[in-house]
Write a protein that binds this ligand. Structure first.
Ligand code: NAI
Length: 335
C-alpha cells in the first residue's frame, strides 16, 4: 500500500524500513508535520502514517479524503489529535498502536522522579565545573513515600510495580480500577484523598475532556505542600500557569515534565540557534526544581521496533480487509 509517513525523523525511517524489509508497503517519508498546509502532500496516498503532533482536524481530514486517503495509521497510542467524528463522517479508518512498551514510559517516569529527588540534573553540572559541594542537593528516601498514580492502565501498572519495589505506599485513581494494580499493594482512592496524601503524583491518564487541565489551581491547592508532580502523559492534563504559580509559592516542590501543553511548537526540533518565543515555557526553564524532557519517554529501541511492526501490520490488515484489532472509532470515545 502507498503510505505517506508524516513527521518522519531518521529514527522513524530506520525502524519502519526494518519492519518493512519484505517491502510489503511503499513508504514515502515527509519531514513535515501533517497540517492544513501540508495535507496536499498526501494526494494519491491511500494511507497516511502520523505521530503525536500531526493535526487531524476536520479540515485536514476533508482534504486528505479528497486526495484519496482512506486510512489513518497512528504510530502512537494516544489519538487525541484526531477528530474521530470527522473521520467517521469521511468514512476513513483510524488505527493506532495501543501498546508498544509501557516499560519505556514507566522507566522514564521513574528517571524523572529520581532526577528531581536526588537533583542529578544539578549535580551533573556542578561536578563538571569542579564544584563538589553537596549543599542544595539533599534528597529523600523513596521508601515509605506515598505516590499517587492517576491512570492505572498499561503504563500506570508498570509504574506501580516499579515503585512497589522501592517500598513506596501507593494510591491510585482511575474510573476503571485495575486489580493487577491492587495486587502490588496500591489502594484506589478518590482524587481528594490522593491529592491530600501523596508526596509524589504521577499522571498516566489519556487526554480527554475529563482529564483536560486536571491539574489546575484548585487541584494544586488540595495537594501536600512541596509535592512532586510528574507528567509523562499528555501536556494538556496540566494547566501550566497554575503549576508555575504553585512552584513560585512552594506549593509544588518539584515538577517533572516529558510533555507540555504547547509542545507542538517546540518538541522534536533543534531550536538551539533560535529565540524561544514561548514565555510560559521559558519561565518553567528558570526553576531549579523543574526537569523537562521533550516527549522522549517512549523513545527506546524496543518501543520504536514494536511501533513500526504494529503500524505496518495494521496497514496490512486494512489492505487485506482483515479484522482491525487496533482500530479506534468515534463510538469508543463518546461519553
Ligand atoms: P491505557 O489506556 O492503558 O491507560 C490509561 C488509563 O487511564 C486507563 O486505565 C483509563 O481508565 C484511565 N483514565 C481515563 N480517564 C481517567 C481519568 N479521568 N482519571 C484517571 N484515570 C483515567 O494507556 P497507557 O498505555 O497506560 O498510556 C497512558 C497515556 O500515556 C496515553 O494516553 C498517552 O497519553 C501517554 N503516553 C505518553 C508517551 C510518552 O512518550 N510520553 C508514550 C505513550 C503514551
Amino acid at each position: 500500500m502507498k503510505v505517506a509517513v508524516f513527521s518522519s525523523k531518521t529514527y522513524d525511517r530506520r525502524f519502519l524500513e526494518e519492519a518493512n524489509a519484505a517491502s510489503l508497503h511503499d513508504l514515502s517519508y515527509f519531514e513535515a508535520q501533517l497540517s492544513p498546509e501540508s495535507a496536499a502532500l498526501a494526494n494519491g496516498f491511500p494511507a497516511v502514517c502520523v505521530f503525536v503532533h500531526d493535526r487531524l482536524e476536520r479540515d485536514v481530514l476533508t482534504s486528505l479524503c479528497r486526495g484519496g486517503t482512506r486510512l489513518i495509521a497512528l504510530r502512537c497510542a494516544g489519538f487525541n489529535n484526531v477528530d474521530l467524528e470527522a473521520a467517521q463522517g469521511e468514512k476513513m479508518t483510524v488505527v493506532r498502536v495501543p501498546a508498544y512498551s509501557p516499560y519505556s514510559v514507566a522507566e522514564h517516569t521513574i528517571g524523572l522522579i529520581l532526577t528531581l529527588n536526588r537533583k542529578i540534573h544539578r549535580a551533573y553540572g556542578r561536578v563538571r565545573e569542579g564544584n563538589f559541594a553537596l549543599d542544595g542537593l539533599l534528597g529523600f528516601d523513596l521508601r515509605n513515600c506515598t505516590v499517587g498514580i492517576i491512570g492505572t492502565g498499561k503504563i500506570g501498572l508498570v509504574v506501580a510495580r516499579i515503585l512497589s519495589g522501592f517500598g513506596c505506599r501507593l494510591l491510585a485513581h482511575d474510573p476503571f480500577p485495575n486489580p493487577e494494580v491492587e495486587e502490588v499493594g496500591a489502594r484506589y482512592a478518590p482524587l481528594n484523598v490522593l491529592y491530600a496524601e501523596s508526596d509524589i503524583i504521577t499522571l498516566h491518564a489519556p487526554l480527554t475532556s475529563s482529564t483536560y487541565r486536571l491539574i489546575d489551581t484548585a487541584a494544586v491547592e488540595r495537594m501536600k505542600r512541596g509535592v512532586m508532580i510528574v507528567n509523562t502523559s499528555r501536556g494538556k492534563l496540566i494547566d501550566t500557569l497554575a503549576v508555575i504559580e504553585g512552584l513560585k509559592s512552594g506549593e509544588i516542590g518539584y515538577l517533572g515534565l516529558d510533555v507540555y501543553e504547547e509542545e507542538e511548537n517546540l518538541f522534536f526540533k533543534d531550536l538551539s540557534e533560535e529565540v524561544l518565543h514561548d514565555d510560559v515555557f521559558a519561565r518553567l526553564l528558570t526553576f531549579p526544581n523543574v526537569v523537562i524532557t521533550s516527549h522522549q519517554a517512549y523513545f527506546t529501541e524496543d518501543a520504536l521496533r514494536k511501533i513500526a511492526e504494529t503500524t505496518l501490520s495494521n496497514i496490512t490488515a486494512y489492505e487485506q480487509s482483515r479484522p482491525l484489532v487496533n482500530e479506534v472509532t468515534a463510538e469508543q470515545v463518546r461519553p
